[in-house]
Design a protein around this ligand. Structure first.
Ligand code: SF4
Length: 163
């Protein structure tokens, strides 16, 4: 079993977490690295607190106290425009001060965000392409997580997904 904590971007502070939890359940996005039979327990879930990371010094340390083996910076860190400019700061603090490994990204990047960012070109401009890469490596998964699609959640089987 692995225990994780998840930090989300405060711009998404009212997010229900549905895509992250779905990715955990379905072993997609950054959770595809775990075998289906390995339990993933979320010991903490909260926003960073707002720029530049008001709760950065509290939340990951608290998650560690409750057993977190790693901290995930959710895909919303990269999905919003612009991508979080403090990713490196958050990663460095958590890894070097809190003492936990950091994984950047959770669920596959939804296609609507992929389209917007590719139109603008900011992922490249802001040097976050390396972090985005594993989240856009499966085009079907990006389609599946695009909640702007009219048939979102109606064609749940990935086998039924249109190309
Ligand atoms: S610091 Fe980054 S993750 Fe936190 S609110 Fe600002 S942009 Fe979002």
């Amino acid at each position: 079993m692995v225990k994780i904590g998840v930090l989300i971007c405060d711009r998404n502070r009212k997010c229900t977490g549905n895509k992250c939890f779905r990715a955990i359940t379905e072993r997609e996005g950054m959770f595809s690295l775990y075998p289906a039979d390995e339990k993933i327990e979320v010991v903490g879930w909260m926003t960073c607190g707002g720029c530049p990371g008001e709760r950065l010094e509290f939340a990951p340390a608290d998650m560690k106290k409750y057993g977190a083996d790693a901290i995930y910076l959710a895909s919303c860190y990269l999905a919003g425009y612009p991508a979080c400019p403090y990713i490196e700061d958050h990663k460095d603090y958590i890894e070097n001060v809190v003492g936990l490994p950091v994984v950047i990204g959770t669920h596959p990047m939804p296609q609507n965000y992929v389209d917007a960012h590719q139109t603008i070109g900011d992922w490249k401009r802001d040097h976050v392409e390396e972090y985005v890469k594993p989240l856009i490596s499966d085009p079907k998964a990006s389609q599946k997580y695009d909640s702007t699609r009219p048939n979102y959640l109606k064609d749940e089987s990935s086998e039924k997904m249109v190309d």
